[in-house]
Design a protein. Sequence first.
Length: 278
Amino acid sequence: MTSRSGRWTSAVLWSGSPLAAAGFAWPLFAAAVPRDAQGAVPFIAFALVPALIVALALVVDREMYTAKTVALLGVLAAVGAAVRIAGTGVGGVEAVFILLILAGRVYGARFGLLLGLLTIAVSSVLWGGFGPWSPFQMFACGWVGAGAALLPRHRAGGGSGVSGRLGPRASARLEIAMLAGYGVVASYLFGLVMNLWFWPFAVGTGTGISYSPGAPLGTNLASFGLYSLVTSTLTWDTVRAVTTVLGICLVGPAALAALRRAKLPAARRTAHRADARR
C-alpha cells in the first residue's frame, strides 16, 4: 500500500513540472508579445498552479511526511536560503547549486525538487525579493536538485562494467567528476530557462535579439539563443558554472559523506532497489 501511495504521489508531484515548463516556454507558442511585465501576469498565474500541486503532494505523501524528513528538509532549505542571500549581488555566483546538487544526489529526485522550491521561497521571503520571477526560479532550482538524483549510480568493488571494478576512492572521484559535469550543464540550462519567460518584454522590437510575434519557431529560437548568449551565457552563467564546479570539487566528498550518514528511509529503499537491479 505504501509503495502504491508513493507511486501515486510521485506522479502528482511530477505532473507539476510539465505545467511549469509550459509557463517557461510560452514565448515560443504565444501569438502576441506582452508590452510590459503586467502583460505577463496570466502566464505567471499559470506557472503558480504547479506549486499548488506540489504542496498537495507533500501533504498526502506518507513517505515524505516524517519528522526526520521534514526536519532535514527545513534545515537544508534554511541553509540554502542563507547561502543564496549571502551571495546576492555577486553576479552569477549561485553557491546554492552546490547544496541542491549534493542533497538531490543523496536523498532523491522528490527531495531535491522540494528543496529547490523551498530554498527559493524562503530566501525570497526573507530577502524581500519575491516577485514575478520567483515561481520560475523555484521550479528551475527544483529541477537542478532533482536532476542530480537521476544521474547514473554505481557501486564500488563489485558488479559488472568499469564502475564495478573501481575501488571506493576511484568510485568517489568518479561521482564527484560526474556531479561537477552536471553542475556545468545545470548552470547553463538554468540561465536559458530563466531567460525564456521574460525575453519578449526584456528587449524592444526590431532588433536581432527581439521576440517576433507570430514568427516561425526557428526564427524565435535563433533570436533567443543570441539574446541569451550576449546577456547571460558568457557572463552570469559561466560564473555560476565555475562556482558550482569549484564548490562540488572542494566540499563535495565531505558533504556527501555527511548527508549519507543521515540518509532517509525512503532514499535508502530507493538505493536498495537500484542495487537489486544490478
